[in-house]
Design a protein around this ligand. Sequence first.
Ligand code: NAG
Ligand code: NAG
Ligand code: NAG
Ligand code: NAG
Ligand code: NAG
Ligand code: NAG
Length: 537
Amino acid sequence: METTTCSHLLGLVVISFILVPPRACGVADTFSKGRNITDNETIVSANGAFTMGFFSPGVSTKRYLGIWFTSPINDNSGVLMVSDTGSLLLLDGSGRIAWSSNSSSTSPVEATLLGIGNLVVRNPGSTTALWHSFAHPSNVMLSGMKVGKDFSSGDEWYLTSWRSAADPSPGAFRRVLDTSGRPDNIVWQGSVKTFRSGPWDGVRFGGIPEVLAYQQGLLEYQMVISPREGTYGHNVKPGAAATYVVLTDTGEVRRLVWDASSRAWQTTYLGPRDVCDAYGKCGAFNLCNVSAAAAAFCGCIRGFGLTSPSRIAGRCQRNVALNCAAGGVGPVSGVKLPDTPNVSVDTGITVEECRARCLANCSCLAYAAADISAGGDGRGCIMWTDHLLDMRYVDRGQDLYLRLAESELPPPPPLALPPPPPPSRSRAFPTGPFIGAVGSLVGILLVAFLVLVVIRRCRRRRPSNTGPTTPDGFIQHTTPAPTVPSSELSSLKKATGDFSESNIIGRGGFGIVYEPSMKLFHSSEVRVAFFQDGGSI
Ligand SMILES: *[C@@H]1O[C@H](CO)[C@@H](O)[C@H](O)[C@H]1NC(C)=O
Ligand SMILES: *[C@@H]1O[C@H](CO)[C@@H](O)[C@H](O)[C@H]1NC(C)=O
Ligand SMILES: *[C@@H]1O[C@H](CO)[C@@H](O)[C@H](O)[C@H]1NC(C)=O
Ligand SMILES: *[C@@H]1O[C@H](CO)[C@@H](O)[C@H](O)[C@H]1NC(C)=O
Ligand SMILES: *[C@@H]1O[C@H](CO)[C@@H](O)[C@H](O)[C@H]1NC(C)=O
Ligand SMILES: *[C@@H]1O[C@H](CO)[C@@H](O)[C@H](O)[C@H]1NC(C)=O
């Protein structure tokens, strides 16, 4: 949405680097007391992938300390040094401490820029970090970094956007791993949620089917959900291309992957991707369908209708009051599951047990499997009891099971079904051979097939089903279809080519800040930043 502005700003950033050719001199990957890093110097990780030094993003005249993929730097008066007490100190021209890592040690310490882009302060020979930059993320998530919470210490790590493309100070957006329900990446603008990636389903974040296109060959998610911590990160697989996630100053989340053949960063995911990704676009008990006409994105889920008589758009209420003792559940298929801050989660039970638990609890509105990594119906239980908010159709989305009054339940399948749906790979049913082989049994087999269809309908469909699905579960929609068409990926690639961002980065570099501690020196002129340059990868 902001692409024009964005590429414009990025362009400025690059031009400034092109006009100011690298003058810095690279030193080893480690420095310690007695070896200062001045503004005209850089330090380079042993594998050459990352460089750290001073820079000015865009048209900014201020100086920042950054970690990036190559070394375009001009000179000025900042100094990075190791203090007597084991801290990393950033001094401005007047010798004032602009920032300190506050690490302390009675033994000598050294700072090393590791090959993964992490700057580590430690005692020589020790593997224990006194301080490391990965524990202070800015707007970039690199391989090996993690975000989330340490419940015992209270520490929390999250991404913070830049204020603008030329100003790495903390901007309006944060991307926080919400661990209160099922882990979900929430983008906040102040106290307002703007976008979420969908709850973790054991494999990925459910609202981002795009990852399936590259997850397997490229990276592994590291999700830790324990009483001690709730964190996640990604590790690039050995030999795979470099990749990172950035939260832009306009609140967009991008995953970029280095493409060695074009020597450029390719955007493989960009969110929010459309109107249905805008958080809570449609209000509670709505389902957003991005393929619908402009005014009709939102529609009430099965069993719910617009409030009469005013029929206020988005205000969906139950058509028929729920009688707790009766009723049942009906599926809503292929969705990004509703927001999960107030759910109860039990990963230790089966989906059948979840269903029984929901039907036995009058405050249960809906349930879904918590983990679909093992395939089939999945395992575990997410149970919603207050609202169902921020739901949309999504390619390979999950199935949500809604508590419904008896009269709202999907009708039992009629006996004279139209020809059976074409068997898809994931739902193959061996009708063909039988019918072909014994013609006289066709009638019997058809009945058997119908029985099986009924049984299958009562069960949960495979989460990764991409074949045709039945229209159960919705009021307005009769032909469920993936709503993030895979063509979007290719058009995204085309679009990013048009941004010319990838070209720009391939040539020179632009900044993504990696700030150890941005709030400490809001008035200072020096910040620690991570930014990228395609050149040396
Ligand atoms: C490092 O910088 C500090 C502050 O400018 C200065 O006091 C110190 O002498 C410098 N050390 C070296 C080895 O240059
Ligand atoms: C960097 O600048 C300082 C002072 O401006 C100078 O003493 C030093 O030699 C320079 N270092 C390099 C590597 O150019
Ligand atoms: C370091 O200590 C100073 C003084 O106590 C404090 O103001 C600052 O926030 C600390 N910095 C970090 C990175 O914790
Ligand atoms: C129903 O579910 C809610 C939310 O998980 C829970 O707090 C409540 O205790 C349950 N009620 C019964 C009767 O199990
Ligand atoms: C979660 O519960 C809080 C407090 O009851 C409420 O304000 C909030 O709207 C709920 N969130 C969702 C997404 O239902
Ligand atoms: C979304 O809306 C379009 C256009 O009305 C419709 O063809 C499609 O079936 C809908 N998708 C779903 C999943 O209902």
